[in-house]
Design a protein around this ligand. Sequence first.
Ligand code: AMP
Ligand code: MG
Length: 408
Amino acid sequence: MDMITMDEAIDLVLQHTSPIDKTNAGLMDALGCTLAEDVRSDIDMPPFDKATMDGYAVVGSDVEGAGQENPAVLDVIEEIPAGSVPQETVSPGRAARIMTGAPMPDGADTVVMVEETVSERDGEGVRVLAPTEPGRNVAPLGEDVRRNQVVLEAGTWIRPPEIGILAAVGVVGVPVYRRPVVGVVATGSEIVEPGNSPAEGQIRNSNGYSMMAQALRSGAHTRYLGIVEDDEDALKDVISRGLDECDVVLLSGGVSAGIYDLVQGAMRDCGVEIHFDRIRMKPGKPLTFGARGNKLVFGLPGNPVSAVVGLELLVRPAVRKMQRMSEIHRPMVRGRLAQGFRQSPGRKQFVPARSAEVNGCWESNWVGHHGSADLFSLTRANSLFVVEAEVEALDAGAEVDIVLLEAW
Ligand code: AMP
Ligand code: MG
């Protein structure tokens, strides 16, 4: 199978990625999902003419000329706290004490702020000491939203304000695209769970957990399928279980050219059609991608940095496309290198870096990793700068693309 470019790899992955089914999510579970249908309001908002200040509901013409010298003196006929229904009609010369959020009484069109009044006759009367323009401090019925109006369109990404709107219009079962279930397998006979002290020759499973964390951040649910030895039957079992239970299966390790690299064969044995197995990229040249029906299987390299980069650039867009998110790729900006950089040409390189905007210009600092096994370097990185395959050397100040990995 040919070694392909990163752009070709991304295209192939997205070509085989189909949208996932819709579901009804609970209000809070919808956070971060994509809305699958238009949502309409079942009510007017505000649902009644509403006082927006604490004060007195009055007839506007009574108070528009009021002042220190000629206060309007009104009889107070009623008190209307929020949540109550006014009983009386306000007519000229009269006022109702009203609280923010309460419905306006019939006859009144204006609220005078309490700060501009003095109560008198034990609350039976009020003296208005400043003018108020008629109509002020009242939010009219339906000012924000009319009943049946579409308040959120299909395709909207649900953030905290959208959760608030869904609550306001009473949509407690939210039509969203289901979060894909991403199954994660760590392969390798040397791999042990993090709770163990590794014996000689053993390595703790870091990939399984960083991969699940990345899948979660991509908007997926995760299912941990455990550590599997470099054994054909064990690999076949776990892949076939992953295909049954998950939408996407991620494996780490076992995809290079070693004689114990058995992942690709096991994928084929499970009926997975392989679309590529090597990418002209660094880190992470050996990376196997295949599909069976709608299900995607990625054999990511075992080296931690390669696994992380491959997941960000290839798996994350697929997980997001499944949910019809509009921004499926990490944002990319143009910027300058803080230091010079050399490589042996041949593969497009994604270099872990710390980037920041300095005076409106992005600048990228190589975090200086020791190679694709150096997971520690990634803790200092917030981005990847891109060095094209054919480039041998870049000077300090050279312009590069920078993939921003913020919001990890
Ligand atoms: P492989 O791709 O299987 O040849 O593995 C490449 C390197 O990554 C080896 O040094 C492995 O020990 C290491 N490695 C493989 N899987 C994991 C894992 N789950 N966590 C941390 N390191 C791993
Ligand atoms: Mg291995």
